[in-house]
Design a protein around this ligand. Sequence first.
Ligand code: PMV
Length: 318
Amino acid sequence: MKATATSHPNIALIKYWGKRNRALNLPAVPSLSITLAPFETRTTVSWGEDADRFEINGQVASGDAANRIGAFLDLVDPKRPPVHLESTNNFPTAAGLASSSSAFAALALAANAAAGHSRSLAELSILARQGSGSACRSLWGGWVTWAAGQAEDGSDSHGTPLAPVDHWNLKVIVALVSGEKKAISSRAGMLHTEATSPLYPGWVTSAEADIEEAIAAVKSRDLERLGTAMEHSTMKMHGTMLSANPPVRYLKAGSMAVLDAVESLRAQGVPAWATMDAGPNVKVLTTAESAEQVEKAIQEIVQTTHILHIGGDARLVS
Ligand code: PMV
């Protein structure tokens, strides 16, 4: 059978960094994200071919990338037949947003349907989580939480919708500081941080308070409260990475320059708060009214920017 699914990437406002179980990709901390459009991954899976063939953005995958997809399809069905996959992003790979979140959410949805299985959304989220942690939040549009959970098998650690796409019309401006592939993958960076940062235990124990604060801010649509919680989670995550030995440093001089610009926008009364993930690019959260002004200020520092809005659910299109 053949199935096609689409999914938007997401960015975390309250961050996932560190695992309580490596094999199952279970997080040590809870996280909260927003799903971002118009960026989108579209994936078609054809189940029951004569050999595996995975094509990403028009190029046949090989090596690690192919192995990662093959291993993921084995989770969908351990007795699977060979599969053809075609996946395309409508956004540049070097857009400054992790595309693995939308990639594994779309793949989970399409592969499950092509295999003729009927997993629930929570089960699909658990599946997507094993491809890439952040992907478990991309099954839903709008505002999504991901619980760390306690179950050994990870059955209580999946995405849960917090508020729908039309709950709050915020925008995210992506500032592309660098389009280069990152030197340290999030997987390797997390392991190293857990193993060597003396600040890591504090990162884990303080996460619950951050997510409670952010959930309250989302529910009451209080942008200053949400932006402050997001920046705190971001800086604490990067501080924990920087205190690893040797340090895990994703931020560049250009990231700092964008942070300065965001601070001066705020000093002028413009609502803008910044976040960065496992890379140097900065994403700025702001209101629909201020989006263009924020983008203009950032364009004085970086050449490439994107204005994104909150996107909808991952879905099967055929
Ligand atoms: O989904 P992964 O394994 O690539 O990890 C993502 C980690 C961060 O992007 C830094 C934070 C997050 O919660 O998305």
